[in-house]
Design a protein. Structure first.
Ligand code: FES
Length: 118
């Protein structure tokens, strides 16, 4: 997806997808205006992060749209197994322990997910 020219420098709510396209316990990746990001649905609450590990800057997914550990409790780096809290992106185990993924503002409106990208 690409934002219309002239809007790239002003963060604004951008339509992402229908909220029900990401089921509970699932995650989905997107690329908006050059920013790789992913969204996690945990118990009906949506959390969005830039898809970039804070210590190496690489993407985290195991496979397309697969960001969570086997139990669906944490975001997990596919390269190192590092664990990140879904609620705020803080790394609690692994080489970037104490650092955090960059959260992105996300909300629902009329059944649609809306997100702000940098
Ligand atoms: S790239 Fe940072 S934990 Fe894997």
């Amino acid at each position: 997806m690409t934002l219309p020219e002239g809007q790239a420098t002003t963060p604004q709510w951008y339509p992402l997808c229908p909220a029900d396209a990401i089921g509970t316990g699932q995650s989905k990746q997107f690329s908006i205006n050059g920013t790789a990001l992913f969204v996690v649905n945990q118990g009906g609450c949506y959390f969005a992060f830039e898809n970039r590990c804070p210590h190496l800057g690489i993407e985290l997914q195991w496979q397309p749209d697969r960001f969570l550990d086997a139990e669906g409790e944490f975001i997990q780096c596919s390269t190192h197994g590092a664990l990140f809290l879904i609620e705020d992106g803080e790394c609690i185990a692994g080489p970037c322990r104490g650092q955090s993924l960059r959260p992105l503002p996300i909300k629902t409106d009329a059944g649609q997910l809306l997100i702000k990208v940098p």
